[in-house]
Write a protein that binds this ligand. Structure first.
Ligand code: PLP
Length: 242
């Protein structure tokens, strides 16, 4: 009992520590912390952990695997905002279309069209981000910076898909400073894209920054950081079965 309690308090401490670091990064770069949403990446982590953070007021959670996301959505409070941040196969969109808050990983027109079809079935509009492989890493999903504008243009024509901005996962590096040019490049793409679209007064989203580099990402304009390890601790992938 006692050890469990200690562990739970630790999670909240971690959450507050991350929030504090976001605030300091905002202060350094003259930004308002209100403009940065913290998505707690809970993949492979138990529902009890999520509930502990939920009770501390956390509402935005990110997941990578559809089956795990479905189960957690089913079991946990309805006002949790679920973000699909992992690679998404077209045949699985139907399982999350009714309730997912945002899909961060759209990188083909075929996927966008599937989201359009499934969103229409539920008479809703699904907010999406275009995933960009800024670092051009072969192991990563996402469109190139060069191909992004055309994909955005096509997505905008879909009535049940709402283009809200861009997402990237920067390369893993020892020194997060090395990722600064990656974040800067995505920010520039965002500025260029939204100045061209200029069709709504929605605030654009820049989903960038993870445990290793979220402070640099915030300094470079991130509006959504996706932090897992710094909050929940290391992951054990053997348990996911995916
Ligand atoms: C797992 C994951 C994260 C969180 O990574 P941490 O390094 O644990 O903070 C963020 N974004 C994506 C796309 C992920 O798959």
């Amino acid at each position: 009992m006692r050890t469990e309690r200690k562990y739970l308090i630790l999670l909240i401490d971690h959450l507050n520590e991350v929030k504090d670091r976001i605030e300091k990064a905002c202060a350094r770069s003259g930004r308002d912390p209100e403009d940065v949403t913290l998505v707690a990446v809970s993949k492979t982590k138990p529902e009890e952990d999520i509930m502990e953070l939920y009770e501390a007021g956390q509402r935005d959670f990110g997941e990578n695997y559809i089956q795990e996301l479905r189960t957690k959505h089913e079991d946990l409070p309805r006002d949790i905002r679920w973000h699909m941040i992992g690679h998404l196969q077209r045949n699985k969109v139907k399982y999350i279309a009714e309730w997912v808050t945002m899909i961060h990983s759209v990188d083909t027109m075929e996927l966008a069209e599937t989201i359009e079809k499934e969103a229409a079935k539920h008479d809703r509009i699904i907010p999406v981000l275009v995933e960009v492989n800024v670092g051009e890493e072969e192991s990563k999903f996402g469109v190139s910076v060069e191909d992004a504008p055309l994909l955005v243009k096509k997505i905008i024509s879909l009535p049940h898909v709402e283009f809200r901005g861009f997402m990237t996962s920067a390369p893993f590096v020892e020194d997060p400073e090395e990722d600064r040019p990656v974040f800067r490049k995505l920010k520039q793409l965002s500025v260029d894209t939204f100045s061209e679209i200029d069709d709504n007064n929605q605030v654009s989203v820049l989903s960038m920054g993870m445990t290793n580099d979220f402070e640099v990402a915030v300094e470079e304009g991130s509006t959504m950081v996706r932090v897992g390890t710094a909050i929940f601790g290391k992951r054990n992938y053997a348990k996911t079965g995916e």
